[in-house]
Design a protein around this ligand. Structure first.
Ligand code: HEC
Length: 176
């Protein structure tokens, strides 16, 4: 037996198990599982992994919104499912609600995040994450970043620190 044949035989069961776990058909793997959305809240979902902005959206959501809206955007007894809200209402309504807050049912308050630069600066990424969950079919839990996009992200994060401070200064100036 050649080395490569053995490697193949050893790797094959793992490969099949991975496919079954993802619920994918064995044939036609290649491009079919890359789902992208354009425009505000653009996203890429590829075999359960996402682009860095969508991943960031998951993190921001989890820190700032999950306590009321439930894990992974699914809603709670207190606040609605945001995956459905994004599908029904679109970008402007979504961003507007976060900026101004809302109280339709007395006592069930969606706070305004207008004074929270961290949330305000990341609304497009939260939107990406919600679209990825809906249109993109992304599953629950913390997603991984698509490997080929990972490196890029590390580099831009190093630069991003400075960028973020500039963003904050700019936002402060706008608020006045
Ligand atoms: C303190 C709890 C709380 C937090 C934190 C919170 N929300 Fe809400 N949110 C609500 C409630 C309650 C509603 C329903 C308000 C209503 O319609 O009367 C709501 C409604 C919304 C809606 C409108 C949903 C629809 O069906 O149209 C959006 C969009 C939304 N929230 C986004 C967010 C995002 C994004 C975050 C995090 C940055 C967030 N919310 C954080 C409580 C919260």
């Amino acid at each position: 037996m050649t080395v490569s044949a053995r490697a193949y035989r050893e790797a094959l069961p793992l490969f099949v198990v991975a496919l079954l776990a993802l619920g994918l058909p064995i044939a036609g793997l290649a491009d079919e599982h890359r789902i992208t959305g354009e425009g505000p809240g653009a996203f890429i979902v590829e075999d359960g992994k996402v682009d860095p902005d969508t991943y960031e959206g998951y993190l921001v959501y989890t820190r700032a919104c999950m306590a009321c809206h439930g894990p992974d955007g699914m809603g709670s007894s207190f606040a609605p499912n945001l995956i459905r809200a994004v599908e029904r209402r679109g970008w402007e309504n979504f961003a507007g609600t976060i900026a101004s807050g809302r109280e339709v049912q007395p006592g069930q308050v969606m706070p305004s995040f207008a004074d929270d630069p961290y949330v305000m600066g990341n609304i497009p990424k939260i939107f990406s994450y919600m679209r990825a969950r809906g249109e993109g079919g992304l599953g629950r839990g913390r997603p991984q970043i698509i490997e080929s996009m990972q490196q890029q992200d590390d580099e831009s994060e190093a630069e991003g620190e400075k960028g973020e401070e500039k963003d904050k200064a700019a936002e402060g100036a706008n608020a006045e």
